[in-house]
Design a protein around this ligand. Structure first.
Ligand SMILES: C[S@@+](CC[C@H](N)C(=O)[O-])C[C@H]1O[C@@H](n2cnc3c(N)ncnc32)[C@H](O)[C@@H]1O
Length: 232
């Protein structure tokens, strides 16, 4: 396996971070890619510290969704590498993220897990990989934060082989009325604070990207949605 643990810091210089002119970052609540990156620089320590809590809430969904990923696997917006433990050890793992701080944590996690993997700093909306270069593309809790989630999902589809799989675990607007109303009420504040559209509808975003959804499951409270899409 051609592997390295070092995040490649040559991708995504600051000049690249605002995306192409005319892109629609986040609808009516835009944060630039640079702002998102800086926000996750602040959150990296916090996310690592509360990883146990994240796994408590999402571990089961991640295991079920990613546990049979195979071949060359791309983890888009891998963050601190929370997905890594749920991926079979046989896969050839490549992780990308826009945040150097998150990638440093992901690198340490690879070491702790005793796994190989390649980590690269990269914008999910402009993946620097050839078409059809992965057997499986996975991503968790990410589309809520991409300035242009539709572009990122289309990139996932482009780099995934036609006979491969796109596997997502996303969070969004709850199906429980009071929770959903709270999310709506706090949506702007939450976005400004964390760069996360927590009341988005993940399936609607995937449909807007034109993905062929083959399976979708929503968990308790309707907040987590596992989506499988066919890239062909
Ligand atoms: C909520 S965290 C999720 C991290 C990880 N996937 C997980 O499940 O724990 C969102 C991640 O998306 C990354 N991110 C945001 N915008 C990005 C972009 N345009 N390209 C690549 N990564 C991005 C952030 O740096 C952060 O690590």
């Amino acid at each position: 396996m051609n592997s390295t643990r070092r995040p490649d810091r040559t991708d995504g210089s600051d000049d690249d971070l605002d995306g192409p002119p005319g892109s629609d970052p986040a609808g009516d609540r835009p944060m630039s890619l640079a702002e998102i990156r800086d926000s996750y620089a602040e959150y990296a320590d916090w996310m690592e510290r509360f990883d146990w809590f994240d796994r408590l809430l999402t571990g089961r969904a991640r295991r079920r969704q990613f546990g049979d990923a195979a071949g060359r696997v791309l983890d888009v917006a891998c963050g601190t590498g929370t997905n890594f433990r749920y991926l079979p050890r046989t896969v050839e793992l490549v992780g990308v993220d826009i945040s150097p701080e998150m990638l440093a944590k992901a690198e340490a996690r690879l070491d702790r897990l005793g796994r190989d993997g390649t980590l690269r700093r990269m914008d999910a909306q402009h993946l620097a990989f050839d078409d059809d270069s992965f057997d499986t593309v996975v991503s968790a809790l990410s589309t809520c934060t991409f300035p242009d989630p539709v572009a990122a999902l289309r990139e996932m589809e482009r780099v995934c082989r036609p006979d491969g799989r796109i596997l997502l675990v996303e969070h969004g607007r709850s199906s429980v009325g009071p929770i959903a109303r709270f999310q709506d009420w706090r949506a702007d504040a939450h976005y400004r604070q964390a760069g996360c559209r927590w009341n988005q509808e993940p399936l609607a975003v995937a449909e807007r990207a034109g993905l062929t959804i083959t399976e979708a499951r929503t968990g308790p409270l309707g907040i987590l949605t596992a989506i499988e899409a066919d890239p062909s």
